[in-house]
Design a protein around this ligand. Structure first.
Ligand code: 3HC
Length: 524
């Protein structure tokens, strides 16, 4: 993070003194900087002369004495309050009285850091996002004592750095981490519980929400030790929301030295420490495993856009498609697989599943497209729950690139394999998950949206700044409020209620503001 911040300043013509605690640490930082700038040259993004000029603006030094004459210090040491407070007290002693002291803390109290100095009015949060040279956002955190001039100067500086700033108060996790880390922790919980594989959790969020990276790959980028510290702080400072209590697996991984990209291994394995290049390991799925049953003829039940879309996609993929309605299932007597896409309503779905059980040959895979009902309830309407699987397509006509394949506690491995093979034949990525409310995507997405509404409700920030922060800090294609407008507040509330009802997790209770907006038919 420190090396990335150095690069941001030097790229924008500002001389930087890069300070580390030891020669070895300094060398690592220098290697980061040269690695990043060399890559930019190799990709044709930076001229060689500009790279040399950039590096020429950086002075490397061990020890804080080198900071005597600087105008601004940005601290990016590990995320521990005692360490940061000690460092700021030292900086206060060494730096010029006019110098601004900024912390890149992700979640610690800027106020507590500021009061370790004799100049709290000149202490501010300047929170960059990883990778710092790429992510456009900087969160400027003002405490109750930060002077208005210092805030204005730092905001102007962000402009010079080509960054977009949002200025906010001193609250755990600020905007972006406060919304991001509950989601990341929940994804670790899914992985720990073997609810879905790491590849499937990540693919689901990339393809289902258009995110640049899945949550587990992002944790590897952030660093699992950093993530652990942030979650700990968020839990303590942020109202002891259990969703921020680090999932035990995270602590085990940190203890075992699996810190993410920087150590060469985290949730995934990398070519070498510091590399972004994935290499296969013992958890990497083998595409040759589990081909499933041979499928040639597919029945599609339903008359709506989902059924029509599915029939079209299946026919294009080379399957022989037999359409049927909920009332007349007889044409499905000799198909290999059936996808039912009738109304997502328990009576209609149960009746269709029971009807299919009567009509279809033994061994036929029965897929239901529910997005809200427990698949096991539908499976138990048949006498063959091992052959029943959920298929959650995205988009009203199943045009999205993702399919969630929901296996119940009774679904056979062969049925799941068949569903995965069918998804692949349709040109979709199939991700397999357990039979819980929201499957993968909705279970991870909607609590995050609900948290954004809570943040707005608490008056911490505005709709625009929250949207900005998530787009520019985390590469989300749209902000949470833009997404809520697209999905519809009523749909969001229904899904959130279901997640809450199933989990009874207090933090998942719908935000009162969301309830009120829906009641009032208002927009956000
Ligand atoms: N350092 C410098 N530049 C980097 C980089 C790095 N570590 N990684 C990628 N880049 C550059 C590449 O050189 C490339 O530049 P170019 O477009 O000028 O050629 C550009 O970023 C895109 O990189 P790639 O093509 O290799 O890869 P992607 O398109 O997949 O993008 C990514 C990589 C920018 C990391 C993207 O996946 C992303 O936006 N991910 C989300 C990151 C995120 O959420 N960050 C926030 C984490 S939370 C945080 O930092 C807060 C803290 O408190 C924990």
């Amino acid at each position: 993070m420190g090396a990335g911040i150095v690069e941001v300043f030097a790229r924008n013509g500002i001389p930087v003194v890069a300070v580390e605690i030891s020669e070895a640490a300094l060398e690592r930082g220098r290697a980061h900087l040269t690695g990043s700038t060399d890559r930019a040259v190799a990709r044709g993004k930076l001229a060689e002369a500009d790279r040399d000029a950039l590096l020429g603006r950086v002075t490397f030094a061990v020890g804080l004495d080198a900071l005597r004459s600087v105008d601004l210090v940005v601290e990016a040491v590990p995320e521990r309050l005692d360490l940061k407070r000690r460092l700021f007290a030292e900086l206060d002693r060494i730096c010029r009285p006019e110098a601004i002291l900024a912390t890149n803390t992700s979640s610690l109290s800027v106020t507590e850091i500021a009061v370790a100095t004799t100049r709290p009015a000149q202490v501010i949060g300047l929170h960059f996002f990883n990778p710092a040279p790429v992510m456009k956002l900087v969160e400027v955190v003002r405490t109750v004592v930060t002077s208005a001039d210092v805030v204005a100067d730092v905001e102007a500086l962000c402009g010079r750095l080509g960054k977009v700033d949002v200025t906010i108060g001193d609250r755990a996790g600020f905007i972006a981490n406060a919304l991001l880390f509950g989601y990341l922790n929940q994804a670790i919980g899914m992985y720990e519980a073997r609810y879905a594989s790491r590849e499937d959790i990540d693919a689901a969020m990339k393809l289902g929400c258009g995110l640049p990276m899945g949550p587990l790959a992002l944790l590897d980028l952030i660093g699992l030790d950093t993530a652990y510290e942030i979650l700990e702080t968020m839990y303590r400072r942020g109202g002891r929301d259990r969703r921020h209590a680090p999932v035990p697996l995270l602590r085990q991984m940190v203890t075992a030295g699996l810190l993410g990209r920087k150590s060469g291994r985290g949730f995934y394995t990398y070519e070498r420490p510091g590399s972004a290049k994935l290499v296969p390991d013992e958890h990497t799925p083998n595409p040759a495993d589990g081909a499933g049953r041979e499928i040639a003829k597919v029945g599609v039940v339903g008359t709506g856009p989902l059924a029509a879309g599915l029939a079209e996609h299946l026919a294009k993929a080379g399957y022989q498609v037999v359409p049927a309605t909920a009332d007349v299932l007889a044409p499905l007597a000799d198909v290999d697989l059936v996808v039912e896409a009738v109304d997502d309503e328990p009576y209609a779905k149960t009746a269709v599943l029971a009807g299919l059980d009567e009509v279809c040959q033994p061994g036929v895979v029965l897929a239901t497209t529910t997005s809200t009902l427990p698949v096991i309830e539908l499976a138990m309407a048949t006498g063959r729950p091992a052959d029943v699987v959920g298929l959650h397509f995205f988009g009203p006509d199943a045009a999205g690139p993702l399919v969630e394949i929901v296996r119940t506690i009774r679904t056979s491995a062969q049925t799941t394999d068949t569903a995965r093979a069918l998804s692949a034949a349709l040109g979709r990525t199939g991700v397999v998950c357990g039979d819980r409310a929201g499957f993968i995507v909705n279970a991870l997405l909607f609590p995050y949206l609900n948290d954004a509404v809570r943040m707005l409700e608490a008056g911490y920030s505005t709709v625009e700044d929250i949207d900005h922060a998530m787009k520019l800090g985390c590469g989300c294609p749209s902000g949470p409020f833009e997404l809520l407008r697209t999905v519809g507040l009523e749909v969001a509330l229904t899904i959130q209620r279901r997640l809450y009802q199933e989990s009874r997790e207090p933090g998942l209770a719908p935000a009162p503001l969301l309830e009120q907006l829906v009641t009032a038919h208002a927009e956000v």
